[in-house]
Ligand binder design. Structure first.
Ligand SMILES: Cc1cc2nc3c(=O)[nH]c(=O)nc-3n(C[C@H](O)[C@H](O)[C@H](O)COP(=O)(O)OP(=O)(O)OC[C@H]3O[C@@H](n4cnc5c(N)ncnc54)[C@H](O)[C@@H]3O)c2cc1C
Length: 500
């Protein structure tokens, strides 16, 4: 074999998968047909659960430092401000939407890969791949044509994935008749501010959104009634914005403009034999709500530690089946939600306009609706409670430390905080201060940390709990300290990797 894993595509998904695998000590080859990291700002919204995810690898603060936290969405219609929607009511240490161009996120992920000792072979394209019994043979085209043998192939090659086509994954879905134009531009306007996001429900029934960019300027997104017949550029936006938003607005410079329509797809399976798919290669949906890259990065985080454990021989391939079990339903949910959102804001009619203003105003004023909405958008509502990989003998008594929930960055009694100790190869077992270490934990060499009773109580957990946190930060097991049998069964069933 030339490499354990061949990762195709060095967008955000491929970079994160590769950084995780490399950090786990897995030999990983990353190729991309492009000639270097992307310079386009594409995904701008980095949501709270993605930052939680980065925190489990100790680089969330680097990401936050480069971005601009947005905490309020102002809603305008008919020339007046109708409501302000607070978007900071999110259960996370990162209670906001971070505005950060995808090109910067990719650079930071590339730094992670680099720090782990890996890198990317640019200008190298996957032409085709064949899944054989003991590995995958891939034909690459770059400076020279060559064949690479890998034990596993991970397709992170985006919406038009060659890996998906060559391995013949099913890819069904629908297109939505909705059209969007966007531009990143410096503007001068007394109406648009730089500290909030703003949405204008226009008189003709369309919508226009503004999100401030961290380096100055705004991302401007405009719904269109049909595909444009001319280029979407600065002149187009100048005309549209002065007509519909602010007659004095001046589009001064532009960085990037684009038009997109909406395709909705989810791949029929996330793994076939030795070929896995992640990110946009596995699901395509509307950019409404900025879910794409956020969903992709969590695919990467979910897949990589499992693949590393399988390659290391700590777990069998059933562990990889839980990647699909945990992530595919979420992709379907994102497709459903963004599809509804797209139809709601992308279509033009007088009654939808009124409904839109009413719905946004309700969201701003009704706490219950806002909390649910923000849980979905920020992805902090994501849980794996139905996963075959989690076990929750404590039931409701586990409180917010229930198996399947994302574990908050709990303060440890003696050694910093939980997320400091997670890595692609480290499960962490938490037991109360002063309690004897349950024998099943000593047998498996898990990293054991102490947590105070008051911290357990603050999360509605019982004082005599054993909590096992997976490498991706989700609780895998919540059980009672004296229930050795169930804990031992859980550890054996899931072949947990010894701590290195
Ligand atoms: C205008 C716009 C705005 C968006 N806004 C947001 C947002 O605010 N928030 C959000 O979460 N998401 C957003 N998205 C979505 C986000 O950009 C994508 O979900 C994300 O880029 C997908 O990442 P990926 O790594 O899976 O794929 P990609 O970023 O598409 O990367 C795939 C990589 O694979 C390489 N590749 C392809 N084929 C091959 C091959 N055969 N061999 C070798 N290499 C190959 C490509 O060169 C590319 O580098 C937006 C998208 C667009 C277009």
């Amino acid at each position: 074999m030339d490499t354990d894993v061949l990762v195709v595509g060095a967008g955000p998904t491929g970079l994160f998968v590769a950084a995780e695998l490399t950090r786990a000590g897995i030999s990983t080859t990353v190729i991309d047909k492009g000639n270097g990291p992307s310079t386009h700002s594409k995904a701008l919204a980095v949501h709270a659960r993605t930052l939680d995810t980065f925190a489990t690898r100790q680089f969330a603060s680097d990401v936050v430092e480069r971005g601009l936290p947005v905490r309020v969405l102002r809603i305008f219609a008919g020339g007046t401000e109708r409501a302000q929607l607070s978007i900071d009511d999110i259960a996370s240490p990162y209670p906001y939407m971070l505005s950060l161009p995808q090109s910067v996120t990719e650079r930071l992920l590339l730094d992670q890969l680099d720090a782990a000792g890996g890198g990317v072979e640019w200008n190298t394209e996957l032409v085709d791949a064949r899944d054989e019994e003991d590995g995958v043979t891939a034909h690459l085209d770059g400076a020279e044509e060559r064949t690479v043998r890998a034990r596993w192939l991970v397709g992170c090659d985006g919406a038009h994935s060659r890996v998906r086509q060559t391995a013949d994954f099913g890819w069904a879905g629908e297109d939505i008749d909705a059209h969007f134009a966007l531009i990143d531009a410096e503007i001068r306007s007394d109406v648009i501010d730089r500290s909030t996001a703003q949405i204008f429900v226009l008189d003709d029934g369309r919508n226009c959104g503004f999100v401030p960019l961290p380096g100055g300027g705004q991302r401007i997104i405009l719904t269109l009634t049909e595909a444009p017949d001319a280029e979407v550029d600065r002149a187009f936006f100048q005309d549209q914005l002065t007509t519909h938003v602010d007659p004095d607005l001046d589009v001064q410079t532009d960085e990037w403009a684009s038009y997109f329509s909406v395709r909705q797809r989810v791949v029929d399976t996330y793994r076939q034999g030795r070929v896995c798919l992640a990110g946009d290669a596995a699901h395509a949906h509307s950019p409404v709500g900025g879910q794409g890259m956020n969903t992709d990065l969590q695919d990467a985080h979910n897949l990589a530690w499992k693949l590393a454990a399988v390659i290391d021989g700590d777990a069998d391939t059933r562990l990889l089946d839980t990647y699909e079990a945990e992530r595919r339903p979420l992709a379907e949910q994102v497709v459903r939600l963004t599809g509804r959102g797209t139809r709601f804001i992308g279509r033009q009619s007088w009654w939808l306009r009124i409904l839109r203003i009413t719905a946004l105003t309700l969201l701003a004023h009704v706490d219950f609706l806002r909390t649910r909405f923000l849980g979905a958008i920020s992805q902090t509502g994501v849980t794996h409670t139905d996963s075959p990989l989690v076990q929750n003998p404590l039931g409701q008594a586990a409180g917010s430390l229930r198996a399947g929930y994302f574990a908050p960055n709990l303060s440890l009694a003696d050694d910093g905080a939980l997320h400091d100790h997670l890595s692609p190869t480290s499960h962490v077992a938490l037991i109360p201060t002063g309690a004897p270490v349950p024998p099943p934990l000593t047998e498996t060499e898990l990293l054991v940390k102490r947590i105070s009773e008051s911290t357990l109580h603050a999360h509605d957990g019982p004082s005599s709990a054993v909590i096992v946190v997976r490498p991706d930060g989700y609780v895998g097991y919540s059980g009672s300290l004296d229930d050795d049998r169930t804990l031992r069964e859980y550890l054996a069933e899931h072949g947990l990797a010894p701590h290195r």
